[in-house]
Design a protein around this ligand. Structure first.
Ligand code: DC
Length: 221
């Protein structure tokens, strides 16, 4: 099986890029953040105090987390309910980042991710794919951009959706999320030694996709 790991901080454009790379190479795409978001959303719905690791551990012991590819789109199921449509809010992202610091959560999701890569050629994006989930991935990319560029992109995205937002708050949120993801004890976000660093601050989406597809094709040959 062929796998591409794309890691990087929040807002670096990983999911947009990973999706396009997968399409170009005609392989599956898995946004692993959606798994963390899925459990986070479900815990929140069930009124579990996500700030208390013990409560989370107790709750998820009986949870069943599943991934299904429906028309090539990954769908996340927690205890048989499809939570995919509810995951892309700032609130769920922040909950996901918090619970992603807990070992019980990371252990639970590790096998779901690794099993996927055993079954199909895949592009996976996340924080610890190249360092931890798929240490033998055929290609590893560390995709980043400056904090101000990431905040700007997020701001534009929200404005386009007609949502009111404050750029200073977005930038503060990004910094807080970077800190939480990079400084956690287990599987923190960092560039794998054998990953290619791409700083997309001054690059277009197409340029980034092109570079990754080229690297992938070279490795596939
Ligand atoms: O990529 P995202 O914003 O959807 O991810 C949400 C959170 O999930 C992120 O802040 C940290 C966590 N996460 C992780 O710890 N490991 C991954 N492979 C993917 C996401």
């Amino acid at each position: 099986m062929f796998s591409i790991a794309i890691d990087g901080p929040a807002g670096a454009g990983k999911s947009t890029i990973a999706k396009l790379v997968a399409k170009e190479l005609e392989i599956a795409y898995l946004d692993t953040g959606a798994l963390y978001r899925g459990i986070g959303y479900y815990l929140n719905e069930k009124k579990v105090d996500v700030l208390k690791e013990e409560k989370v551990k107790e709750a998820i012991a009986s949870y069943k987390v599943q991934l299904a590819f429906e028309e090539k789109q990954p769908q996340i199921y927690v205890n048989d309910s499809n939570v995919t449509a509810y995951l892309r809010t700032e609130e769920v992202g922040n909950i996901a980042s918090k619970i992603a610091t807990y070992s019980c959560i990371r252990e639970k999701l590790l096998s779901v991710q690794q099993e996927t890569a055993k079954k199909m050629d895949v592009v996976m994006d996340g924080r610890d794919i190249g360092t931890n989930v798929l240490p033998n991935a055929n290609l590893k990319i560390y995709l980043t951009a400056s904090v101000s560029e990431r905040a700007n992109r997020r701001y534009k995205e929200l404005v386009e959706k007609g949502e009111s937002c404050d750029i200073a708050k977005i930038e503060a949120d990004i910094k807080a999320r970077d800190k939480q993801d990079m400084q956690r004890e287990i599987a923190p976000l960092r560039q794998a030694e054998d990953a290619i660093l791409i700083d997309s601050s001054q690059m277009t989406i197409d340029e980034v996709v092109e570079q990754i597809v080229k690297e992938a094709k070279e490795r596939k040959e």
